[in-house]
Write a protein that binds this ligand. Structure first.
Ligand code: FAD
Length: 489
């Protein structure tokens, strides 16, 4: 990997050009949109813009996009290229090298980008910024992804918040409102035209095209993101506070992959929601956007978040990194219908409803006693909205080891969760069709159904639907004993 200053050594010092001829790179990363893109607007003000995307698997290490995210990214780049009139320049490799070549070839005097907060991103970007500045290339980064910068929202003693409620209260103080979204920049693009084959050359799509099924229910790109937000605010924000917990209700926005890839900014969602009304539903929705920022704050201030428990005592917890049951969980074959429905939704659509994410995660880390990092890794590969901050913070929340986590002893019971949040079984029946004929009474615990009921519903336990892989009561006690062991050591 090139060391600090490598860009500096290779770029000749810029000769000052008249303002009218200035040429800038806008380096797209997790901001795949034109509207409300602060760095892109600043680049457009600078002069002609070379829009660039670099797939950097060199510096990302284990956090390069997973398989589902790669599919989304492919389509998002296609959409962005269309919005840019075909001018998006796409590359794969180390941005340190690629930026140098572009600066030389196109007589670039400035590079603009929106900040990312993953530890590997911040380290690399700081290095690049310093090198560009030393070479007299103007380097400018902006906030295009968060409502509040992680270093803006600190406690009175200057340390980062570890608890969401006071954090969010502080953020929402009148003097601290997120900025209003910017409009479209007046762009004059440089560079040759790109077409689908250039983006296909990044090889983001799988060789066996399973992605077509995965993305069948999604529309990707900035235009789609704005349509999703508008439709949500028009049709579903009313009742969001309660419907957001019902997986079958279509009560949530499904904006998460659009927000992750920056096809829409949180500021756009925030202000559009507030314009839609002043009530508890809107309040709940913008609070979720606040959780997204809070996860990023945690990742920024505690870069060990993806790999280490934020509460030290949990590092002694006897989690297993392997389990004979892991595959059953991954494949949605645990014998607990709501868990299986969630895991199959994930596999088929690249998404899982938030309530069900909590249920399946709790089942893995508590009933199966598997390390939360194993679950987080599976989600990383399968989710189209896989996001290092949200995924790591949420897994630590469920596992009870995070900064502001659910207490470990709160162990979700997948049967009662199913009966409460999927009472009519609409969600479970969609993803576990082999149980679709079972009456509601037994849908979430088919193993309790009398033989004649099973027979009438054409369910053969152990044949076309598994018997439970573990007993809930015993494994709950085992989890509590494991917790107790961390206290007595
Ligand atoms: P909505 O309810 O419409 O919420 C709007 C937006 O707020 C979301 O798009 C998301 O950006 C943000 N948001 C909502 N809930 C949360 C939350 N709990 N934490 C942080 N931000 C939130 N979200 C991801 O974006 N990427 C992940 O990789 C991810 N992994 C998760 C893993 C686990 C184990 C759990 C329990 C949750 C995870 N979440 C993750 C959070 C949450 O489940 C999703 O953001 C949400 O389900 C997305 O659906 P939506 O856009 O319809 O949400």
């Amino acid at each position: 990997m090139p060391c600090v200053g490598s860009v500096h050594r290779k770029i000749r010092k810029r000769s000052k050009q008249p303002i009218a001829e200035q040429q800038a790179i806008h380096w797209f990363r997790q901001d795949l949109r034109l509207a409300d893109n602060p760095a892109l607007s600043a680049a457009a003000d600078w002069g002609q813009v070379l829009p660039v995307y670099i797939l950097d698997e060199v510096n990302a290490g284990p956090w390069a996009p997973g398989a589902a995210s790669r599919c989304w990214l492919h389509h998002s780049l296609l959409a962005l290229n269309t919005s840019l009139g075909g001018h998006l320049q796409v590359f794969a490799g180390d941005p340190r090298t690629i930026l140098i070549e572009l600066i030389e070839t196109h007589q670039i005097s400035a590079v603009f980008w929106n900040r990312c907060y993953e530890p590997w991103h911040t380290e690399r970007d700081a290095d690049i910024k310093q090198s560009l500045q030393q070479a007299d290339v103007h380097a400018e980064s902006h906030n295009g992804s968060l409502l509040w910068e992680p270093w803006q929202a600190l406690k009175a003693d200057g340390t980062p918040y570890r608890v969401f409620t006071p954090y969010f209260k502080n953020c929402r103080a009148a003097s601290n409102q997120p900025r209003e979204p910017l409009g479209l920049p007046d762009l004059k693009c440089l560079g040759q035209r790109t077409d689908e084959t250039d983006i296909a050359a990044l090889a983001l799509l799988p060789e066996v095209r399973w992605d077509q099924g995965l993305l069948a229910d999604w529309s990707v790109g900035e235009e789609a993101a704005n349509t999703v937000l508008a439709k949500f605010l028009r049709e579903r924000i009313k009742g969001y506070a309660s419907a957001r917990d019902i997986p079958a209700a279509e009560g949530v926005s499904r904006l998460s992959p659009h927000l992750h890839f920056g096809e829409i900014s949180p500021n756009t969602a925030w202000h559009a929601a507030l314009r839609a009304g002043d009530n508890s539903d809107v309040d709940r929705f913008v609070t979720q956007l606040g959780w997204r920022d809070f996860s990023h704050l945690q990742l920024y201030h505690f870069p060990e978040l993806p790999d280490q428990c934020l509460q030290d005592k949990f590092e002694k917890f006897p989690w297993w990194s392997e389990s004979e049951h892991l595959e059953h969980w991954q494949q949605g074959q645990t014998g607990y219908p709501i868990v299986d429905a969630g895991m199959r939704e994930l596999w088929q659509t690249g998404y899982m409803h938030n309530r069900v994410r909590m249920i399946v995660a709790s089942f893995l880390v508590k009933n199966l006693l598997v390390d939360w990092r194993v679950g987080a890794r599976w989600f990383w590969d399968c989710l189209v909205d896989a996001d290092l901050a949200n995924n790591s913070a949420s897994w630590q929340w469920v596992a009870g080891c995070g900064a502001d986590a659910a207490p470990y002893f709160r162990i979700f019971n997948p049967v009662t969760q199913g009966e409460k949040f999927d009472a009519d079984g609409a969600y479970t029946r969609q993803y576990v069709p082999e149980l679709s004929q079972l009456p509601d009474k037994y849908l979430h615990r088919p193993y309790d159904a009398p033989d004649d009921v099973l027979q009438a519903a054409n369910v053969k336990l152990g044949v076309n639907y598994p018997r439970p892989i573990v007993d809930l009561k015993t494994t709950r006690q085992r989890a509590l004993d494991a917790l107790a062991s961390t206290k007595t050591d």
